[in-house]
Ligand binder design. Sequence first.
Ligand code: UDP
Length: 233
Amino acid sequence: MYEKRLDNRGFDELRPMEAETGVVPNAKGSARFRIGNTEAIAAVYGPEEVKPKHFEKFDRGIIMCKYDMLPFSVPDRAKPGFDRRDTEISQVITNALSRAIRLEEMPRSMITVRVYVTQADAGTRCASLTAASMACADAGLPMRDLVAAVAAGYIGGSVCLDLTKDEEDLHDEGATDVPIAFLPSKDEIVLLQLDGKVGHEELNEVIKMGKIGAMKIYELEKEALRRRVSNES
Ligand code: UDP
């Protein structure tokens, strides 16, 4: 049984968070999101002409998103360059953002999103997606909603929110990690992955807890964007 969390948090408690926008002056939009010891910085460029041209779609825009975990973001120095994990995470972020951005309003154009993980302690794909969605809003792109993402999980019989790397590594307890992302106002799930084993009932509990956590992140995202607007006016 996993009865007390390694960092003494409640099972439904998120790590301390910070969110801000406009952190990369030369980008069209940008944002930083930190949750515990995981931090992501996202920058958005475009809409601009599609390159290479054969990717162009006559009736909608496209998104090119790249996730990059910086070498110094983890204790064991991450290998520079793109590996399979970076490619997979770039793809799931692209898929989720494609649901959030009204691409049909920007035909024949391209949005480029770059996300850099400066510190990693699990949950980087969720932190990256949260930062990327705030950066898209900061860029003034037409959106259906912000994306709010967090990992929930199941460890030794307990449903947990926002796992740390030490918790993910509790293999003897059968730790299961479930990254989830929502468009909260649409009640739509735009990312759901599962690493580990979990029963059907428990998975429903995990998703429910993830949703409650994501709503708190959503409020923080909106607050960061409001702060930016009020600082500009
Ligand atoms: N990690 C690492 N080195 C790597 C890849 C991952 O130390 O090359 C750590 C990092 O803390 C990351 C965690 O493992 O956050 C979990 O990685 P996973 O692939 O499950 O994705 P994430 O939870 O970050 O979305």
